[in-house]
Ligand binder design. Structure first.
Ligand SMILES: [Cu+2]
Length: 678
């Protein structure tokens, strides 16, 4: 099979360009175990008798595809590209496409038909483009589509036969007529460099402050009582699973108040949830928020929670970090009596249970609320200094915990440790480089202006220390005023993108007030921000979250200002890379079970220059210490397939499900495929 199939089309006055063919397996040469061409499907309805499959007598190569129909009086039978994220050609709304194929036909009742994938409504019929005249010898037909309708990200097409006869087709081609240079010539105006936001036409059914991307591409939105004392008093706890592909929600029975719990995906793809709210503060001031000791596992396969054994201590606002062996360590938060927890809890992957107190090493140190604890390549944990509610911890405000020696060592260099409340820390791409960045932050108690400071650290250094990074770009606040001086943001969202950049969005200037409308891209290679990305029209301050979707876009949810309301709008950011020409597609993954140190073979629709694994988000309160981008060094084989080299270090890529992206030279990523690293 010709993987990087290029077709030369005459454009204009004899000018020839090499144009990328968007069709996967365009000549049917690649077949599955049953001999049926991969990335193609039989479709249709009605009463005819039909035979559809690969046949010899190809226009080129050894296989063609034939539809042979007898006795049809109602309905049709089709040969079409498979309607899935991998096989269906990706398109850009507003663009037109040249579709062409070779065919022979004995029936006048055959048309070239198209279907489109609506980002809200799913797959649906688009239009019939052309009737194919009867032809006894191979004939080429070519047609230009209308402009692709809004909200369309993929199309499929093929031949539909609605009368008796046979049609044989081969050598399909499709290219973007709007961007004939095949990438780099963006026609989407400002979106070409800034990206664009879409506020979805439906609302989040729950007041969720927790967003967890599941290994089926859906998003678990957990609210619990949703920071609503009335819901807590009524025992009304909620969560929902959002399906970005269908634009639908499933409401999930929620057995406990998971508001302000901790969460992380386990190695098997289930989500471990720990603690939550035992009590809101008492009206008489006799106690503050109290943390549950209960813990649950959410199973994406059944959309159900099941209870585990209890934690050794309450942890309201805990951290949760998956370790290289699949265990989960949890620190900080508030106990059942509302005081700070100094108990380290550890969930054993082998036992599928929280370990008894006497089996977990203890330092009896208080790491605060939602302390961001990042797993280092040597198995130690880096407390970045990102936390929630007030000042940083004593000392330098950042530290390294050696889980084996059971020692805590202060890390120097974090700027303004007491105004990093609801800053966000991310391990920068690639995880192999072991660099962490901490962005922004404020202080809900002093309520000073949130800051612009960022800090960078190289955890591979013998004695890691933070160094100041570039200042966060400034945006506008309430009323459209431009930020000045040292004004920045807390409630920062930082999302690792498949092109290796970090998208920074949302936030606010003060405690549950004054949303900042600003978004930027951070490039870990040049250590610079590109300011001026399109801004989310919805404020995203306290209890907001942003996550990378498997399609390469970013979903933002939540906002819980000081008046107690909760913004239920969802918005989706389309980064500039999705306007830079056609997307490469991962057309096959030899195995979806990946072991450490292995080599993995994939095929792609067009040349790629980079591939990586991105761990799905599990974010709340600007805290997702497990977020990481694991580079996959690649080899392009002589047959055009690509071999990816998987890290041998589970501390670089803790076990679990990852989104596999392939990226072309324009920085355009594929849609992700899920792989299971064990
Ligand atoms: Cu909160």
């Amino acid at each position: 099979m010709l993987l990087f199939s290029l077709l030369t089309t005459a454009l204009g006055a004899g000018e020839a360009f090499a144009v990328t063919n968007l069709v996967t397996n365009p000549g049917f040469e690649q077949v599955d175990a049953n001999g049926f061409p991969v990335c193609w499907e039989k479709a249709g309805w009605g009463n005819g008798t039909v035979a559809i499959g690969a046949v010899p007598g190809a226009h080129s190569g050894s296989k063609a595809m034939q539809v042979q129909v007898t006795g049809v009086t109602t309905g049709d039978d089709k040969v079409m590209m498979l309607e899935n994220a991998t096989c269906a050609p990706a398109v850009t709304a507003g663009h037109q496409y040249n579709l062409a194929l070779w065919y022979k036909s004995t029936t006048p009742n055959a048309v070239l038909t198209t279907f489109r994938h609506d980002t809200v409504k799913g797959w649906q019929y688009w239009t019939d483009l052309e009737t194919l005249p009867v032809a006894s010898a191979y004939t080429r037909t070519s047609v230009l589509t209308p402009a692709v309708p809004p909200n369309t990200d993929q199309i499929t097409w093929g031949v539909s036969v609605y009368g008796t006869g046979s049609v044989t087709t081969d050598d399909y081609t499709m290219d973007d007529a709007t961007a004939p240079s095949g990438g780099g010539s963006c026609t989407a105006g400002a979106a070409c460099t800034k990206g664009s936001w879409q506020v979805l036409p439906f609302l989040n059914p729950v007041r969720s402050m927790h967003a967890i991307v599941l290994n089926n591409g859906k998003v678990l939105l957990m609210a619990g009582s949703g920071n609503d004392p009335m819901a807590f008093a009524a025992g009304t706890f909620s969560s929902a699973v959002y399906d970005p592909a269908a634009g639908t929600f499933a409401q999930i029975p929620t057995p406990s108040d998971m508001f302000c719990s901790g969460h992380v995906q386990l190695a098997d793809g289930r989500v471990l949830i720990m603690s939550g709210t035992k009590a809101y503060p008492a009206a008489d001031g006799s106690h503050g928020y109290e943390g549950l000791t209960s813990s649950y596992v959410f199973d994406p396969a059944t959309n159900t929670y099941s209870r585990t054994n209890d934690l050794n201590d309450g942890h309201w606002y805990p951290s949760a970090t998956e370790m290289g062996n699949g265990d989960v360590m949890s620190f900080g938060g508030l106990r059942a009596d509302s005081t700070g927890s100094v108990t380290q809890d550890r969930y054993s992957a082998a036992a599928n249970a929280w370990m008894p107190m006497n089996q977990v090493k203890q330092t009896w140190s208080y790491f605060g609320l939602y302390p961001s604890m990042v797993l280092m390549q040597d198995g130690r944990l880096f407390y970045t200094g990102s936390h929630v509610f007030g000042n940083g911890t004593s000392g330098t405000g950042a530290s390294i915990y050696d889980t084996v020696a059971n020692t805590i060592t202060d890390v120097p260099g974090l700027q303004s440790k007491d105004t990093r409340d609801q800053s966000m820390s991310v391990m920068l791409p690639p995880a192999q480089d072991q660099r962490v960045m901490t962005m922004g932050g404020g202080n809900v108690n002093t309520n000073v202006d949130a800051g612009r400071q960022t800090d960078l650290i190289d955890l591979k250094a013998a004695s890691p220390s933070y160094t100041p990074g570039p200042l966060l770009p400034q945006g506008t606040v309430t009323g459209g005023a431009t930020e000045t001086g040292s004004q920045g943001k807390m409630y920062v969202s930082a999302v690792l993108l498949p092109n290796g950049q970090v998208f920074e969005t949302g936030g606010g200037l003060h405690n549950r007030a004054d949303p900042v409308f600003e978004a930027s891209m951070f490039d870990p290679v040049s250590n610079t921000f590109t300011p001026g990305m399109a801004t989310d029209p919805i404020p995203r301050t306290y209890h907001s979250a942003s996550v990378l979707l498997p399609d390469g876009r970013v979903l933002s949810v939540g906002d819980n200002p000081g008046n107690g309301s909760f913004d239920l709008h969802l918005s989706v950011y389309t980064p500039p890379y999705l306007y830079q020409g056609t997307r490469p597609q991962i057309t096959s993954v030899a195995s979806s079970m990946w072991s450490y140190g292995s080599s993995q073979k994939i095929t792609v629709s067009a040349p790629i220059v980079r591939a990586e694994l991105i761990r799905p988000a599990a974010v709340t309160h600007s805290s997702d210490p497990n977020q990481r981008f694991v580079d996959l060094p690649l080899t392009v084989n002589t047959d055009g397939s690509v071999t990816l080299h998987v890290t041998s270090n589970p501390n670089i890529a803790p076990p679990g499900y990852y989104m596999l992206f392939a990226v072309n030279a324009n920085g355009v990523p594929s849609v992700a495929q899920w792989v299971h690293v064990m």
